[in-house]
Design a protein around this ligand. Structure first.
Ligand SMILES: *[C@@H]1O[C@H](CO)[C@@H](O)[C@H](O)[C@H]1NC(C)=O
Ligand SMILES: *[C@@H]1O[C@H](CO)[C@@H](O)[C@H](O)[C@H]1NC(C)=O
Ligand SMILES: *[C@@H]1O[C@H](CO)[C@@H](O)[C@H](O)[C@H]1NC(C)=O
Ligand SMILES: *[C@@H]1O[C@H](CO)[C@@H](O)[C@H](O)[C@H]1NC(C)=O
Length: 477
């Protein structure tokens, strides 16, 4: 590849010179970058220049040899080209058909079908069309790709599946000379008896009761109930809910799109139940009920409503594409340490937003300004997701095959402090084996999976230039 590299360096230098001399005129055809007698033309479409190739040649710079109607592949969006009659008629090949990937149609698979037309979202889910896919925004308590599942199991306060040791509180009220203990383990919906609920101590200014579900669960609602003590009704009139993954840091629940903590309306008497739904659902291991307004005392019986995680993800478990290719991950969620420009031309910038698996076009991947190990590509998933794998792919820069052959992965929950994915055997940073050509998908699994909002790919070894297209695999939980 040394020759090609030299050629490119020469081109680059010549081109930079020409650019400086002619930048006011912006004539990108001053140096003809088209091979094999191709004609260079400016001011056509969005590109600085295009090559009109001589008979028998194709590709962006006319250095691909046409060897049949399917080479180079005329089908867009990963369509498979099939020859129906390999004969040449006139001066163009037309005897092929494109077999399109799902979500695309047209003679050359150039049309992105609106995947929402079939109304795939059930139960009031709102559909959004993606490239070759769709996503449903489900109203609580519905979950699943198509909002087809109801996440409404009773988690076991009343039934007893949640045992005493899983329930704790900031304080406990002791009644009748300390003989009656209104402990948190009594806070079970429809609990009967004289002492049948949790009550916080009278002097507790910041009361709370907490359930440790022992693993991450999805909560879609809570049912609350007061109680009566010495013939008087006591209950929580208004409360907040906070949740935590680790029992250390807590997030107070906010309804979708709200910027302030949600105050939920509680009970109005000693016995009736009040149900509140969480929309969006809360995913957490610890759930804390924080009374805001109490009648006489903060007294509570309750039930949690929700379901296990992952059960509904999909048949293959937690390994859905998270949206690089489908564009569920938007351009604004992608960033990088820097971006390379072929021949220094702005229109040929290899933006991080181009790092989408199977992206087509002249500049169709991310490539950084420098080729060293300080460069990175970052995805902000906008909320914590479970990550189980990554697919990487190289690309071609005007005919030159480029790819990342070894890379590392880092992740973070705040975009500031980062953890490296480690190799369990060696206790060093895990080195993932990447690509070996310009197009093949290389899949690596994260074992074990991790939870994160931010993911960074750090190229470690590469061929020609660092060049990357990719997809992340995982699920919402
Ligand atoms: C508690 O609720 C029950 C059932 O609704 C009702 O009969 C009773 O009068 C209530 N007791 C108090 C003290 O409010
Ligand atoms: C990578 O290249 C940039 C620009 O040349 C330089 O500032 C940086 O220190 C380099 N990093 C390493 C690890 O060599
Ligand atoms: C196409 O041209 C580039 C130089 O721009 C060269 O590096 C590459 O090898 C050529 N490809 C083919 C298939 O000839
Ligand atoms: C690049 O990938 C395409 C599609 O897989 C393949 O047909 C082509 O041979 C590759 N080019 C080179 C130079 O490896």
């Amino acid at each position: 590849m040394k020759g090609a590299a030299n050629l490119r360096t020469a081109l680059l230098t010549t081109f930079a010179l020409i650019l400086c001399l002619y930048s006011t005129r912006g004539d990108y055809c001053e140096v003809n970058l088209c091979h094999n007698g191709g004609t260079c033309v400016t001011s056509v479409g969005e590109d600085p220049f295009i090559c009109i190739c001589a008979d028998g040649f194709g590709g962006d710079t006319c250095n691909l040899t046409e060897t049949g109607p399917c080479s180079p592949n005329p089908c867009k969006n990963d369509g498979l080209c099939e020859v129906i009659a390999p004969t040449r008629r006139g001066d163009v090949f037309s005897e092929y058909i494109c077999k399109c990937q799902s979500g695309f149609e047209g003679v050359q698979c150039q049309i992105n079908v609106n995947d929402c037309d079939q109304q795939p979202c059930k139960n009031g889910g709102v559909c959004r069309d993606l490239d070759g896919d769709y996503t449903c925004q489900c109203p609580s308590p519905y979950v699943g790709k198509q909002c087809q599942f109801r996440c409404t199991s009773l988690l076991g306060m009343e039934g007893g599946a949640i045992v005493e040791s899983q329930i704790s509180a900031s304080s406990v009220h002791y009644g009748i000379l300390g003989l009656q203990r209104w402990g948190p383990e009594l806070a079970r919906l429809n609990n009967q008896g004289i002492v049948n609920a949790w009550t916080s101590a009278t002097n507790d200014r910041n009361p709370w009761i907490e359930v440790n579900m022992q693993k991450k669960m999805r909560l879609t609602g809570i049912i609350t109930q007061g109680a009566s003590r010495m013939g008087t009704a006591e209950y929580i009139k208004a409360f907040k809910v906070a949740s935590s993954f680790d029992g250390q840091t807590y997030t107070t629940y906010r309804e979708g799109g709200q910027r302030i903590d949600t105050v939920l309306v509680g009970n109005t008497d000693n016995d009736s139940t009040k149900t509140n739904l969480f929309d969006p659902p809360i995913v957490a291991q610890y759930i804390r009920i924080i009374p805001v307004v109490c009648r006489r005392a903060c007294t509570l019986r309750m039930e949690l409503v929700g379901c296990e995680l992952n059960v509904y993800s999909n048949t293959a478990g937690c390994s859905e594409p998270l949206g690089m290719k489908s564009r569920l991950i938007s351009d604004g969620q992608l960033s990088a340490s820097s971006s390379y420009k072929t021949w220094g031309i702005d229109s040929f910038t290899w933006h991080p937003q181009f790092a989408r698996l199977d992206k087509q076009g002249k500049t169709n991947a991310w490539s950084p300004a420098n080729n060293n190990c300080s460069e990175w590509l970052q995805v902000d998933l906008e909320k914590t997701k479970r990550l189980t794998g990554i697919i990487t792919q190289g690309a071609k820069d005007f005919g030159v095959v480029q790819f990342v052959s070894v890379f590392k992965v880092a992740y973070s929950n705040d975009g500031e402090s980062w953890s490296m994915v480690m190799d369990e055997k060696t206790s060093n940073h895990k080195l993932f084996q990447g690509n070996t050509d310009n197009n093949t998908h290389k899949k690596n699994l994260f074992e074990p999976p991790f939870y994160a909002q931010y993911v960074r790919v750090i190229p470690w070894e590469w061929h020609e230039r660092i060049t990357l297209r990719m997809e992340l695999l995982g699920c919402d939980d």
